[in-house]
Design a protein around this ligand. Structure first.
Ligand code: HAM
Length: 425
């Protein structure tokens, strides 16, 4: 038997219900903030990611699915969406549109990471970019939208929003030099990974999770003390606007993110519920990246949400919605009457299931219970003769007669009285 590739999985019908709910919440929230959907290719030229994400990042150095196509061109399955969205922005001349240009996209990303709970080699993101505006109010607005997404799913209360500023390129250069100066004498106390990072990508030492590195990281200089006056003012302004929107947040000066394109504001949304994989979403500002990729000097800010992790957090909260009713025809004649009635109910957004008249009543009632349907509609010869069916409340077993012609109306009325789970999402 051929099995799925390690770190890549099927999303089964028992889970897709959660996924639809999460995707629906994302679309609804993004669209009220004025974001429009863009769909970009799953693979791009390798150089786009190398240039966009940064040659020295873990993603580009060790996690990309890169291959040569038959024409000898080096291509890569997208490890993230930002680089592709910016390429599309530049290539399609979006920069002439009124700013900020607000775009979102959703879909699979690919990283060759070590699989574990909440970490996969094919995973999905909902990704947002706001392009062409430097105002700190936009940073706050983007973060507010992210938290509204979690709020829409009832998750905001169990998540922590962390923010930081990693400064402008110039001030960061000065800070990195200071950091390296601090780290060098501690080289032997750091983990192997961090030792290599001192030379390659010193900022990343700050978010190493290895316990033995923590005492050294804790005493490291803070990037916030090295901000240029402009970057510091920008950060203050973002924070005061978060406060004005009553968005609780913690400042984490060690939040440096794993992609090289960030400047100024960075942020992550964290959970304690998923073990080591604690980031549910992350993002930041990346002024200069669009120009770096050959486009106009437009600034930008965005984030991506890890959808697998959101679905894990939802747990059983969004269990597969049960149908409102199982329609049980006892024989072919009844099936001919119930099938059109089922269709009328479905056209009105009511989820019903139907039997095909071949099973006996007790087995069908058992099935209604297993489906979790609160109602069953039973039609046999006696009822049909009067143009009626029996409406049975599964829990109590109470039954009453309903006219077949009015069945769809009756189901709509029952759905409105129930908690709505039988209605379309
Ligand atoms: P990122 O922090 O690399 O940012 O990824 C964002 C989120 O994707 C993470 O917080 C996590 O929830 C999820 N994620 C990442 N890797 C995996 C994985 N292997 N398995 C499951 N989930 C994962 C970015 O990708 C940036 N492009 C975000 C951004 C957009 N910044 C500006 N605009």
């Amino acid at each position: 038997m051929i099995k799925a590739v390690r770190g890549v999985r099927d999303l089964l019908p028992s889970e897709t219900r959660h996924w639809q709910r999460v995707e629906h919440a994302a679309r609804r929230v993004f669209e009220v903030y004025g974001y429009r959907e863009i769909r970009v290719p799953i693979f791009e030229r390798t150089e786009l990611f190398a240039k966009g994400i940064g040659d020295e990042t873990d993603i580009v150095k060790k996690e990309m699915y890169t291959f040569e196509d038959r024409g000898g061109e080096s291509l890569t399955l997208r490890p993230e969406a930002t680089a592709g969205v910016l390429r599309a922005y530049i290539e399609n001349g979006f920069h002439v549109e009124p700013k900020p240009v607000r775009l979102y996209t959703m879909g699979p990303m690919f990283r060759y990471e070590r699989p574990q709970a909440g970490r996969y080699r094919q995973f999905h993101q909902a990704n947002v970019e706001a392009l062409g505006e430097t105002h700190p109010a936009l940073d706050a607005e983007v973060i507010a939208m992210l938290m509204d997404f979690f709020g829409a799913l009832g998750l905001a209360g169990q998540l922590e929003l962390q923010v930081n500023s990693i400064g402008d390129r110039e001030s960061r250069g000065i800070f990195v030099a200071r950091l390296v100066e601090y780290l060098r004498p501690h080289r032997d106390e750091l983990c192997g990974e961090c030792r290599a990072r001192i030379d390659r990508n010193p900022l990343r030492v700050l978010d190493c999770k290895v316990p033995s590195c923590q005492p050294i990281i804790e005493k490291a200089p803070s990037i916030l003390e090295a901000l240029s006056p402009e970057a510091a003012e920008h950060f203050d302004s973002v924070r005061s606007r978060l406060d004005a929107m009553a968005l609780p947040h913690t400042v984490n000066p060690r939040l440096v993110r794993g992609l090289d394109y960030y400047v100024r504001t960075t942020f992550e949304v964290l959970t304690t519920a998923l073990g080591a994989q604690n980031a549910v979403a992350g993002g930041g500002r990346y002024d200069g990246l669009i120009a770096h990729l050959g486009g106009p000097p437009d600034p930008g800010i965005g984030f991506a949400i890890g959808l697998e992790r959101v679905v894990l957090l939802l747990g059983d909260q969004a269990g597969a919605a049960a149908p409102l009713a199982l329609l049980i025809p006892l024989g072919d004649a009844a099936l001919d009457r119930l099938l059109p009635a089922a269709r009328r109910a479905r056209q009105r957004g009511i989820r019903v299931e139907i039997g095909y008249g071949q099973r006996r009543l007790p087995r069908e009632l058992e099935r209604a219970n297993r489906l979790g349907a609160p109602w069953a509609v039973i039609a046999g010869d006696d009822e049909l003769a009067n143009g009626e069916a029996l409406l049975r409340e599964m829990q109590s077993g109470e039954q009453r007669r309903v006219a077949l012609d009015g069945l769809a109306d009756e189901l709509v009325r029952l759905a409105a009285l129930s908690d709505g789970t039988a209605l379309r999402p």
